[in-house]
Design a protein around this ligand. Structure first.
Ligand SMILES: [Fe+2]
Ligand SMILES: [Fe+2]
Length: 310
């Protein structure tokens, strides 16, 4: 394929675009180094926990580590779509995005291998729903983009990656870490690491909301239907995974309950789907720039697509 135009030579970068704002945030906030985090106090805290407490933290961390590795492997097809479509601003942000996933892989690996010094295979901690989501749905929906970059295929991939994996599962995972680590004042290195990861991930989910909103504004109701169907298909797996993760424990360590995480996951899911739904009545220009505050085309009581505060 011959490239016929270069944005930079035709009109310059479009700094009004949501992905350009995310790129600027990534340069400001995404440059922390996982190698700077001190996990030494975490190791002694971890050794003092009971066996079920250690097991639950290991389970959560093993799922996170493999999840970060999966998203690092599977982002490239989406980046290639942005490049092929000449969306340089999205490609710039996605480049930072992929680098951030690499940092997350490194941080979890450091915590496990040199922090609390776990060795061996942690795959036994994966639930069946987890395997389906991370080993099948995520790679298949993303790798499909190399052959089929239709709006439907991109919507399917973004729902899987940013809405379900990052927007529901990772968000529920942070909630679990905070409920354990902050509430019990343990593993200070991990607390700091998770806060940094969550701040990066807020930009990733914001990009997913932007991308799906753009597709809805560009292609209308057929794409909205694809998004809704895929969301409803995968949220069931996500909830099944959350419940199966805590099912082996009776009682669940640290006073946790499965319901609190299912509720948290569902509320994140509802929030995201409502934000994307706004694009059905927004202009494309408003979606692209995250603007339209005073516009009359949006349903009452809703706000425009906006960046996370962090
Ligand atoms: Fe990540
Ligand atoms: Fe991410």
């Amino acid at each position: 394929m011959t490239r016929t135009t270069l944005t930079t030579t035709q009109s310059g970068l479009d700094h009004r675009l949501v992905p350009m704002r995310l790129w600027r945030k990534a340069k400001q906030l995404g440059t922390w180094d996982p190698a700077d985090i001190d996990f030494s106090a975490d190791a002694s805290d971890f050794r003092q926990l009971s066996d079920p407490e250690q097991d639950l933290l290991l389970r959560l961390t093993a799922q996170f580590q493999a999840g970060e590795e999966s998203v690092a492997y599977d982002l490239l097809p989406l980046l290639r779509v942005a490049a092929r479509e000449g969306r340089i601003e999205e490609e710039m942000f996605l480049t930072a995005y992929l680098w951030e996933e690499a940092k997350h892989v490194e941080g979890f690996d450091r915590f496990l291998r040199s922090g609390i010094e776990v060795s061996g295979d942690l795959e036994s901690y994966f639930t069946n729903a987890y395997r389906r989501l991370f080993l099948t749905e995520l790679p298949e929906s993303l790798n499909r983009l190399d052959d089929d970059a239709s709006p439907e295929a991109v919507a399917d991939a973004a729902v899987t990656y940013q809405m379900i994996v990052e927007g529901v599962l990772a968000e529920t995972g942070y909630e679990a870490y905070y409920s354990v680590l902050e509430a019990h004042d343990i593993l200070p290195g991990m607390q700091q690491f998770i806060r940094n990861v969550q701040r990066d991930e807020a930009r990733h989910v914001a990009y997913g909301v932007y991308l799906l909103s753009r597709l809805v504004a560009e292609h209308g109701e057929p794409i909205w239907t694809v998004i809704e169907d895929r969301m409803n298909e995968l949220i069931r797996l996500a909830i099944e995974h959350i419940q199966a993760t805590l099912a082996p424990y009776d009682p669940i360590p640290f006073g946790l309950t499965a319901d609190q995480f299912v509720e948290h996951g569902m509320s994140q899911f509802q929030k995201r789907i409502q934000r994307i739904e706004r694009a059905r009545t927004q202009s494309l220009e408003d979606v692209l720039t995250g603007g339209g505050n005073g516009g009359g085309r949006r349903p009452s009581g809703t706000a425009p697509v906006s960046l996370p505060s962090s």
